[in-house]
Design a protein around this ligand. Structure first.
Ligand code: NAD
Length: 269
């Protein structure tokens, strides 16, 4: 495997992309620590994978929980090579004018607390251990880190903020630590909405993702979470990505290179 003897941490490893990453990293020879808020998902993760996965139940919004997963992972597995900050929520593309004015403060705080401050907490908590191994940070971005319409203003702004964190931290933490991102497009997962809009139990699978992807991407097919995991393996691999920092792999099916009259020029090939 490409990550033989590496130790990884994934936030939000309980479902969707995070869980696919846990599985893939194990397959590449790594051991994995997970920070996950849902007790149910945390327990399932611990049951499904053996002693190569260490699960810490906690909330990325709290610095101390990020510090705890780093501490316990290093105590258990001896080192830390890559911290993947991935846990986030989506705003279900709620447009600005559709956000009740009396919910605006709460919604902003909730989105940015999880999607941005959580990522900052993770990096801060991991920095000493990553410096010790010449490791790296990988942030899950989104097509919404580049283009409008994949979220409302708060999700889109939060993912643009993640792009800013990647660039600034790549500068600040080099040369010892590389900082990169992966920007996936749509995938059917358990991605939830903000509690402040009453959407804490709503999941992205309630949206017709397959139709959307057909309309707005060159590749036109809705991927599974597992289809995005190779990009993380590449960026984490010291042997294969030692020249990459401040880089973001856009793997959204070609949203930025679609056409106007038709999404793909090769539809008739
Ligand atoms: P998901 O909900 O299946 O996975 C996210 C995990 O994070 C869940 O297990 C959830 O319980 C956990 N989590 C949520 N809030 C947390 C918190 N405060 N503390 C700790 N854990 C928390 O959703 P997903 O689609 O796999 O999302 C993973 C990443 O992918 C996110 O950054 C998301 O923005 C990004 N993304 C998703 C899509 C998509 O279409 N699903 C598209 C682009 C980007």
């Amino acid at each position: 495997g490409w990550l033989e003897d590496n130790v990884m941490i994934v936030t939000g490893g309980g479902s969707g992309l995070g869980r696919a990453l846990v599985e893939r990293f194990l397959g590449e020879g790594a051991r994995v620590g997970v920070l996950e808020k849902s007790a149910e998902k945390a327990e399932k993760l611990a049951n499904d994978f053996g002693e190569d996965v260490l699960v810490v139940e906690g909330d990325v919004r709290k610095y101390d929980d990020n510090a705890r997963v780093v501490q316990e992972t290093v105590r258990q597995f001896g080192r830390l090579d890559t911290f993947v900050a991935n846990a986030a929520i989506w705003d279900f593309s709620t447009k600005m004018v559709d956000i009740p004015v009396d919910r605006l403060d709460a919604l902003f705080d909730e989105m940015f607390h999880i999607n941005v401050k959580g990522y900052l907490h993770g990096a801060r908590a991991a920095v000493e251990e990553l410096a010790a191994t010449g490791g790296s940070i990988i942030y899950t971005v989104s097509n919404a880190g580049f283009y409008p319409g994949g979220g409302g203003p708060l999700y889109t702004a939060s993912k643009h903020a993640v792009v800013g964190l990647i660039k600034e931290l790549a500068f600040e933490l080099g040369p010892k630590i590389r900082v990169n991102g992966v920007a996936p497009g749509a995938m059917p997962t358990d991605l939830r909405g903000p509690g402040s809009l009453g959407m804490g139990e709503t999941t992205i699978t309630s949206v017709p993702l397959g139709d959307l992807v057909k309309q707005c991407t060159v590749l036109q097919e809705l991927p599974e979470a597992a289809d995005y995991t190779g990009h993380y393996v590449l960026l984490a691999s010291k042997a294969n990505s030692r020249t990459a920092t401040g880089a973001i792999i856009n793997c959204d099916g070609g949203m930025g290179v679609r056409g106007l009259a038709e999404t793909a020029g090769g539809n008739d090939l």
